[in-house]
Every structure is written in structure tokens, then in C-alpha cells.
Design a protein around this ligand. Structure first.
Ligand code: SF4
Length: 528
């Protein structure tokens, strides 16, 4: 099994080296040769790093090193994202998915008919209703373990929706896609899904924009592939992936043919630039001696913009190219999967409910009836999210391709709940935590000789509790409701997988209002 070079790149090793040499002679002479050079250079680099399949979290982290990605953060190019203190917590969160697969194979792996072996569940094409439900169970557990976004669900939902969509477009795309999946499963890679375009003027379709690059598009069609240009926004975990699946973001018209493109690109392909997004309190991770102040020092999420500057995709990595009729099918299937994937937030909710209960306990208020009632309310909201998501998975239906697709109405209800309930859970957590969650002095002050002893004296809670434990829990609540993981718990809950209005449109389409009217008329004795 190969970790790198598992696609066409490995098969073309010899010619890639030869072409790279030839291409040097032409470098910079014309756009075509620049693009060819980029492709061939990428092939050489991938084939040079052949090793075994990724198994552990340590191997995964090692696989991300030395990729020479073009990453910018705070205006500077980042030499090695793996070692960057702001980025590393997001890598740790993905790494946790590898360890969970070893610790709990029933939860985080599944038997794949494609490779006839157990594979990581994030790379598995569902073969039963139980497989779809299993995704939700794994997502909740990972939310509990990391307290943040662990980033791999976008790829999982993309491969499942592409598996059935390519089947319905034509055999060529479907076979290519199966070959791609086999290689991904054999190497145990992380796949990122790239869907959201900048969109420019949202009242206009892609081909009607004054700047045609506002949606990712094909700028050149060649016998051996296509060249694409544009950008993808809010890309969850893109830097922490090995491959990215580029997909259209909305329903397309025949005039939008150049925008109907789906393809796989290695994350370190030349021509891809990543601009890392800011998160509230992110630079605390760059301070010396900050551990408690981070709230959750180990894990964080990741969002970045991907700038796609004339990137070549060879034919064997293209899974849709101009079939505008199927763009809506792909987008709807993906969003159906991904909207019920947001049960991940119930794992984070479990952490926050536990933190709120501990804060009340350290305060000596755990026995108060209104505290107990608020904890019950938080649990009720959290389980309501989970209830809709897991129901969507249980109601899955078999597609023509043979994999399973969640119930779209319930998936949208799940995601719509997620746009609201975490905010109420966060409000209640802050209520139980008290104002100190926003006014607590820093860890450095607590450790200073000048004020530390007096701070510890006055911040002592119930007898027998530790001041440091109290600080740690309050910082965790701050981290999830105001700090860097509030991005994952709140803002991502609001806008990830579509903002609330997108779900309301889908709910309206599928709520069956005419059928409901008939039920009412029947019981009321109305015949017209
Ligand atoms: Fe997965 Fe949730 Fe992150 Fe989406 S927001 S990638 S569903 S953990």
C-alpha cells in the first residue's frame, strides 16, 4: 500500500520524471507550459514520498509534514503548518479520528466492499442503514472527545453523494470515482470537500457574474484533462487533508456548463494557495505559558480560503465535467448527508453541559433547583438535535448506485435545530458559569508572585475544590462560547452546511403541505 503517489501519479513515475526535465526548458515561456510544469513537478514530488498506509495519529501528523503548502496567516507565509501553534490544534482534532479507529473499530471503521477490508468510516461508502447511523454515532463521540470540529465529515459526505451521483451520470465517471476511492481507502487518506464558492452578486447565476471567477470554473479543456480557476470559501480542514474534492455549490443552468466541474486535487498541488481564517482568541496559542488560558489546548477547528490559480486536473480525477443537470442532484445529496452530520455538535453540547454542571458544582450551587432545571433544559435541547439527525439516518433509502441516502426532510430539521439550540445551550452555560467566565484574570496573573496568592484566595469556590480546576472549566466554557472553539460550536452551527434559510427552503419543499390539508379535511368532513 502506498501513502503517496497512489493515483495516476505513481503509475506515471517514469514519464513524470522525464517530462519534468523536459519541461524545465520551457518554464515560463507560456501558460500551457507553466501549467504542465506544475503538474509534472507535482507528480515527481508525490512519487518521491511513497511509504506505507497511514494507521496512527502520529503517522497521520507525519504525513502532513514537508508538503511545502502555500499557506498564509496574518499576512505571512507559514513554512510548516504542522508546527504552527495556531494550526496544530486543528491537526490534533483530525488525528483523533485515526486513534478512535484503533480504539473502537466498531464505531469508527466499517467493512468496505470496494477494497474488501475494514476502512476508516470517514472513507466508507454506506452499504446499509446501519452504516449511515454509524456515522452519526461516531460523530457524536468525536465531538465529545475533541470539543470542536474534527473536519473529516465534509469528505465523508462528499464521497457518499458523489458515489450515487456519478452512477446516475454515467459509467465512466462512476468507475473512475470507484478507483479514486479504492486508492484513498488503501492509503487511509483524509479527503476534504470543497463546495462553497465566493458567489459574488448572489442575485446572479455563475455565468452572469461580472467576474466569471466568482464560481470555480473550467478555463481550458484539453484531451488529457481540464484547467480550473476560482476560489473556495470556508474550507473546513482543507490544510489537514491529503486530497480535495472540488464540487459545484448550487443548481446550474445549461449556460453554466463551465461551472459543472467535479474533480480531485492533491492538497499540495502547485497553484493552490491557502489563506487561514482568524478565530476569536486564536493568537493566545502563540503566547508563552498559556495553557489554562487556551481553554482547550489540544483541539481546535480549521477554516481557510482556497485560491485556485489555473490548476490542471487529469481525466482520471474528473467525475463531472459539464453535466449541469446533475449539479443540483449532487448538491442536494451532499447537503442532506452533511446537514444530519451536524449531530457532531451534540458531542460538543455534551462537553458544554458537563462543563456547566462542574462550574456550578465548584461554586457550591449544584443543589439549587434552578441549576438542575437549566441542566435539564440543556440536555433536552441537545438530544432534540441528535434525535432529528439520527432519525434522518435511520430513515435512509437505497440509491440506484446501492449506497444509502439519509431522509432529506429530517436532515434539514436536524441542521435547522443546530442553527438555534447551541446558542441557547451556550447562553445557559454562561448563566451557570457566572460573570467570571468573561472577567477572569490570565493564567500568568494567577502564577505571578505579585497577585497570584491573593487571586487564588479570592477565587476559591466550594471547600475542597481546586482553584485551578475552576479556572480550567471556566476557560473551557469561554473557549466554546466566546473563544476559538465558539467558531465550531456556534458560528459553524449557524452557517456550516448552509445558513438557516437554506434549510427552510428545503423544509418547505418537502413538508407535504397538500397532504396535510387532506388529512385535516378528512377528519373535518370536508369533501371539496
Ligand atoms: Fe464534521 Fe461537524 Fe466539523 Fe461538519 S462541523 S466537519 S459535521 S465535525
Amino acid at each position: 500500500m502506498q501513502r503517496y503517489g497512489t493515483l495516476k501519479f505513481l503509475e506515471t513515475k517514469q514519464s513524470a520524471v522525464e517530462f519534468a526535465g523536459v519541461c524545465l526548458a520551457f518554464r515560463g515561456t507560456c501558460n500551457l507550459h507553466v501549467i504542465q510544469h506544475k503538474l509534472h513537478a507535482a507528480r515527481v514530488r508525490y512519487t518521491a514520498r511513497v511509504t506505507t498506509a497511514i494507521s496512527t495519529s502520529a503517522e497521520y501528523i507525519e504525513s502532513l509534514r514537508g508538503r511545502n503548502l502555500e499557506v498564509y496567516f496574518l499576512g505571512e507565509r507559514i513554512a510548516e503548518p504542522v508546527d504552527h501553534p495556531v494550526m496544530r490544534p486543528s491537526i490534533n482534532a483530525v488525528a483523533r479520528t485515526y486513534d478512535l479507529a484503533i480504539e473502537h473499530p466498531d464505531l469508527a471503521t466499517a467493512h468496505s466492499s470496494l477494497t474488501n477490508r475494514r476502512v476508516n468510516r470517514f472513507l466508507h461508502v454506506t452499504e446499509s442503514v446501519d452504516d449511515v447511523v454509524g456515522q452519526n454515532r461516531m460523530q457524536r463521540r468525536l465531538g465529545q472527545l475533541t470539543g470542536t470540529c474534527f473536519q473529516r465529515c465534509v469528505g465523508m459526505d462528499a464521497i457518499n453523494s458523489l458515489y450515487s451521483t456519478t452512477f446516475e451520470i454515467n459509467k465512466v465517471y462512476h468507475e473512475r470515482f470507484k478507483q479514486f476511492l479504492i486508492k484513498m481507502q488503501e492509503a487511509n487518506y483524509v479527503i476534504g470537500g470543497a463546495m462553497t464558492d465566493p458567489k459574488g452578486d448572489r442575485s446572479k447565476a455563475p455565468a452572469d457574474q461580472s467576474d466569471p471567477d466568482m464560481f470555480v470554473r473550467v478555463v481550458e479543456r484539453r484531451d488529457d484533462g481540464v484547467v480550473i480557476r476560482g476560489a473556495k470559501m470556508h474550507q473546513t480542514g482543507c490544510l489537514n487533508s491529503h486530497w480535495i474534492l472540488v464540487m459545484p455549490t448550487m443548481r446550474l443552468r445549461p449556460a453554466d456548463r463551465d461551472y459543472a466541474i467535479v474533480g480531485a486535487i492533491p492538497v499540495d498541488h502547485p497553484g493552490l494557495t491557502y489563506v487561514y481564517g482568524r478565530q476569536s482568541c486564536d493568537t493566545r496559542a502563540m503566547e508563552d505559558g498559556a495553557d489554562i488560558d487556551l481553554g482547550n489546548a489540544r483541539y481546535g477547528g480549521q477554516e481557510a480560503i482556497i485560491l485556485i490559480n489555473d490548476v490542471f486536473i487529469p481525466n482520471d480525477s474528473i467525475f463531472m465535467n459539464g453535466e449541469t443537470d446533475f449539479a443540483a442532484m449532487l448538491v442536494e445529496r451532499f447537503t442532506s448527508y452533511h446537514r444530519r452530520s451536524y449531530v457532531c455538535k451534540t458531542g460538543l453540547g455534551d462537553v458544554l453541559i458537563g462543563a456547566a454542571a462542574l462550574a456550578a458544582d465548584y461554586n457550591g450551587a449544584a443543589g439549587a433547583s434552578h441549576i438542575k432545571d437549566k441542566l435539564v433544559e440543556m440536555a433536552h435541547l441537545n438530544e432534540t438535535i441528535y434525535g432529528a439527525g439520527i432519525a434522518a439516518s435511520h430513515e435512509s433509502q437505497k440509491t440506484l448506485a446501492g449506497n444509502y441516502q439519509p431522509d432529506d426532510l429530517l436532515a434539514n430539521v436536524c441542521k435547522h435545530n443546530v442553527t438555534r439550540f447551541p446558542y441557547e445551550i451556550a447562553r445557559l452555560a454562561q448563566d451557570l458559569a457566572g460573570g467570571l467566565v468573561a472577567t477572569m484574570p490570565s493564567e500568568k496573573d494567577f502564577r505571578s508572585e505579585a497577585v497570584g496568592p491573593r487571586l487564588r484566595k479570592f477565587l476559591q469556590g466550594r471547600d475542597g475544590t481546586s482553584v485551578e480546576s475552576r479556572m480550567r472549566i471556566l476557560r473551557l466554557i469561554e473557549n466554546m462560547t466566546l473563544g476559538r472553539n465558539a467558531v465550531g460550536y456556534l458560528t459553524e452551527s449557524m452557517h456550516g452546511a448552509g445558513s438557516p434559510q437554506a434549510q427552510r427552503i428545503q423544509i418547505q419543499r418537502q413538508m407535504g403541505i397538500e397532504e396535510k390539508k387532506k388529512l385535516a379535511k378528512n377528519l373535518a368532513g370536508i369533501d371539496d
